[in-house]
Design a protein around this ligand. Sequence first.
Ligand SMILES: O=C(O)CCCC[C@@H]1SC[C@@H]2NC(=O)N[C@@H]21
Length: 267
Amino acid sequence: MTLTAASQNLAALCAPAAQHIAIRIVAETGSTNADLLAAVAHLDGPTLLWAESQTAGKGRAGRSWHSAAGATLTFSLAWKFALPVQALAGLSLLVGVVVAETLASFGVDARLKWPNDVLKDGDKLAGMLIETAMDKTDRSSIWTVIGIGINLAQASQLSAQIGRPVAQAPELLEQRERVMAALLNRFSIALPAFEQNGFKMFAASWNALDAYAGRAVNILDQRKVLYSGTDMGVDDSGRLLLDTAQGRIAIVAGDVSLRIAEEYREE
Ligand SMILES: O=C(O)CCCC[C@@H]1SC[C@@H]2NC(=O)N[C@@H]21
């Protein structure tokens, strides 16, 4: 099914709580994140921009993110929070929980790698990029653009961009609009709950999905090992707890990698 056809169904598939999300679906764009960031000043409320393909998709750390037509779920959700920017810490972890739990509800064994990669069989299945824009007329609020790319059936180009193998979930190709509706339903509950209570009420859910729970990991910065220890999950503010030879520490930034011989060889 093309996304144009899916758009007819999407609103009807959404639960009442998600009905206030405006839905825009396009065949191709540069970047759904860039489009919504440019548009937030004119948005009336939460808005989904779902693209069949992107020609200039943005990944984290300045990387590109390839989204081939008919092979991904590529979208951004603009959401305004009545919060100061500092209160958004933990949002990306919550988004990971929403994506992984939604995929799990469709039978995909999705797990989380801190802070917010979604893995399947140890490889990256989905990535997210959250960007923010100040509302100039309302300093107590902030717009977020939550960009998500879920890989369903593409491999080589995305893999080259992120520098490691990617996972796929081709079984979801035929039900993309149902998956999208399920995502919107969960977001429409989880994002207001985050606004009210912060990340802490989602910490247990994140920990239940932690791909590296109890395993020996390294925390890297630009491929340099900063810390080594055992992954003990996240705390109520989303920091990764690491049991090291010197005791427990809480990590606020860095890349997590499994401490296995292969990874040392790669690095
Ligand atoms: O590097 C990552 O892990 C983040 C990838 C985020 C990609 C998504 S695809 C939809 C949205 N639009 C973009 O340009 N990027 C995000």
